[in-house]
Design a protein around this ligand. Structure first.
Ligand SMILES: [Zn+2]
Length: 185
């Protein structure tokens, strides 16, 4: 199994080669899915109503179906937070790359509950791998370790540049051991 962080870095490099990544952040997560990987992103009022989706589990935040190369996103969650939507797309891309092996695994399908998609990575595999992948894709370590000090760790400013929530950014900085100790709660 590929290392999630490495897999995310390789994907951005691949996108850059074909499309030119331009000035990042923000990383063009949706365009990586749609242009490079040829996945559709669709918002759905009730993901459980998508044919083949599990109906016996609780509500779903995201779903990846390889048969029709689609990432399904919960519409209400997406409307509430564009940042959450980006993270969910990045998470599902992680499943596509690492677990569906870009569609090589036939009829692969992954349904993700709200609690599976977590910035703090506190989940079991394969969700943990998808979350580690998503964190590196949305907030690449190299960029965040350069821009963090440059912005004086202004979290609101940094979060806006990466198009992530302040909370997700803070968790990322702590996990990378980049947040200055005086800023820690
Ligand atoms: Zn998942």
């Amino acid at each position: 199994m590929a290392d999630p962080v490495l897999a995310a870095q390789q994907l951005v490099a691949e996108y850059d080669k074909d499309y030119g990544v331009g000035e990042i952040p923000p990383v063009p997560v949706a365009d990586i899915a749609e242009s490079l990987l040829m996945l559709d992103i669709l918002e759905e009022d009730e993901i459980r109503s998508v044919p083949g989706a599990p109906t016996d589990a609780g509500p779903l935040s995201g779903l990846l179906t390889t048969a029709n190369r689609t990432i399904w996103i919960d519409r209400r969650e997406a409307a509430r937070s564009p940042e959450r939507k980006r993270f969910t797309i990045a998470h599902e891309i992680g499943h596509w790359i690492m677990h569906a092996r870009r569609g090589e695994v036939p009829l692969f399908q992954k349904a993700c509950a709200p609690d599976d998609i977590r910035e703090d990575g506190a989940s079991a595999n394969p969700e943990r791998e998808a979350n580690d992948f998503a964190n590196e894709l949305v907030m690449p370590e190299e960029l965040i370790s350069a821009l963090g000090p440059e912005c004086g760790f202004n979290l609101a400013l940094l979060a806006a540049r990466f198009e992530v929530s302040v909370r997700a950014l803070e968790i990322r900085l702590i996990r990378l051991d980049l947040l200055p100790s005086w800023m820690r709660a």
